[in-house]
Design a protein around this ligand. Sequence first.
Ligand code: GDP
Ligand code: ZN
Length: 348
Amino acid sequence: MEGTVTSIRSVLCEVDAQGRTYVCQARRRLVASDTGESKPLAVGDRVAFSATSAAQGVIERMLPRRTKLSRRSPRDVRTEHVIVANVDHLLIVSSMRKPPLSLGIIDRYIIAGHAGGLEPLVCINKVDLAEDPSECSEAARIYQDMGYTVFLTSAQEQKGLEPLKEALRGKSTVLAGHSGVGKSSLLNAIQPGLRLRTGPVSTKGRHVTNWVSLLRLDAGGYVVDTPGIREFTLWDIQKTDVAQFFPQIWDLSPHCRMPNCLHTHEPDCAVKRAAEAGELPLARYESYLRIVETIEEQRVPRATDVETPETQVHRQSRAPSRRKARQDLRRRAREELGPQEPEEAESA
Ligand code: GDP
Ligand code: ZN
């Protein structure tokens, strides 16, 4: 049978198939196989499994992924952690205040979304806490000008929820963002009882693991909350990939003297010049710089990489041109995700 992994708790997965839920264990070889990922399966994965009873089964293999949201494993920098597979949208939730609006995290998730084939959507919550409404529309305009849909919401005052509900309907969406921005509150406002947890969860000072799980919306579609993701580091993104996600920076790049200018320390850089002259908003430039700085100079070898003298040389000499950066990123994502599967009603 084929089904969708809806939650994972240690070695057991819940798999939805044909309207039933099966508690499944993965075959030993699936667990043991070195995929270079922190876990052999992610929520949202489509799997082939054998039912051993009306409510139990054994997962035989994973089917090809359509999309994935990945981060660098916090435990091992060489390991990819796939947070969720096969979802359509990445809803990046930030709050206007408490915690303060972080453009940096929005920018980082936008890159991760594109890299994994998800469509990024931006939600700025807690608009009720803004000192004046223009503050919200200015923040929204940054991302609207880049072509993204932006939702301005207040989960508390039930404002701006209709357009968001509409966007979630019939699609699968993963919510991401700092803890405390209101992800659970938004989900509860959209569908009461969907996820009951709000506010910090802890026992004896320890953060209680809230597993990622796929939740079905009454209006159609699925949502995935990511309560356990507190730290998000990009996976397999190179410094030269970053500028394409900052259109103002990308457009200035051809005017830089150095052909592979990263706009950090290079001489005669058009981007730095524009930032100094106030033609490029400083906040955009700083967000760009912060992301570039957090990316290792060279790609961190993966657990599955076999390091040979050739690959070492190749890695060191690799300096993709800025013009080709976007194509390269897309190609890498395609190669990794394998052949695209036709969309299925059941797939999440
Ligand atoms: P999560 O960690 O992203 O899931 O955030 P929660 O949904 O747990 O919300 C964190 C805190 O912010 C809770 O105390 C909520 O009551 C509060 N909160 C959520 N949405 C809003 C909002 O729109 N306005 C205000 N003022 N507070 C909110
Ligand atoms: Zn430059």
